[in-house]
Ligand binder design. Structure first.
Ligand code: ADP
Ligand code: ZN
Length: 213
């Protein structure tokens, strides 16, 4: 099964993807995580990507398409995979469809995690992330047991550079301009499924799973 997760930044798609992969054997392929780990490793690709990410812009299509093309050749993607944060533009979606077609595969579902903009700003400005393992918390809604410390690995929690209010506004603009056209794209292919992502995380997960199995 190949699943695309769609939704604005802060819609919780990454969190839901992590929950799903704890139950199934497919890996979660998050271009955001891949790019951040390239930045952490100090690679050339990471250096290039950072300048785009820090100002809330998208990394060039060719870069992320190549990342996904390479990653999906891996043995662990044979049974299926969950795409989180990719595709994010129409050219990326088209490149993905073409790439899968040449491999005799295709997307099964595009799941939209639907949240109004008004909720997103609060969700994202309150978000704190573990610098080491990527676990996510929220100042009000999902506090760690010990303030500023990751429950999972004990490292310090940080605010991502792109979770600052000014950058968030830009990311939402980018989402509406460049990513939301994918909703229509997958609707036309009759693959779009929508989940109300304003509900509590457990309810969102139930609705999500109902779509898949
Ligand atoms: P969120 O879903 O919360 O916006 P991500 O971790 O998915 O955060 O992405 C963070 C940043 O990484 C994006 O703002 C963008 O700069 C870059 N990025 C991630 N995926 C893509 C993609 N498919 N195409 C272009 N840029 C991407
Ligand atoms: Zn951690």
């Amino acid at each position: 099964m190949i699943i695309v997760l769609l939704g604005p930044p802060g819609s919780g798609k990454g969190t839901q993807a992590k929950r799903l992969i704890s139950e199934v054997k497919w890996p979660q392929l998050s271009t955001g995580d891949m790019l951040r780990s390239a930045i952490g490793a100090g690679s050339q690709l990471g250096k290039e990507a950072k300048s785009f990410m820090d100002r809330g812009a998208l990394v060039p299509d060719s870069v992320v398409v190549q990342l996904i093309a390479d990653r999906t050749r891996n043995e662990d993607c044979r049974a299926g995979f969950v795409l989180d944060g990719f595709p994010r533009t129409l050219p990326q979606a088209e490149a993905l469809d073409q790439m899968l077609a040449t491999r005799g595969r295709g997307i099964d579902h595009a799941v939209l995690f639907d949240v109004p903009d008004a909720d997103l700003l609060e969700r994202l400005t309150g978000r704190r992330t573990c610098a080491k393992c990527g676990a996510m918390y929220h100042l009000q809604a999902a506090q760690p047991k010990k303030q500023g410390i990751c429950d999972q690995c004990g490292s310090a929690l940080i605010q991502r550079e792109d979770d600052r209010a000014e950058v968030i506004k830009k990311r939402l603009e980018v989402y509406h301009a460049q990513t939301s056209p994918l909703i229509e794209y997958y609707k036309k292919q009759e693959k779009l499924k929508t989940v109300n992502a304003t509900q509590a995380p457990d309810l969102v997960f139930q609705a999500f799973k109902k779509i898949l199995y």
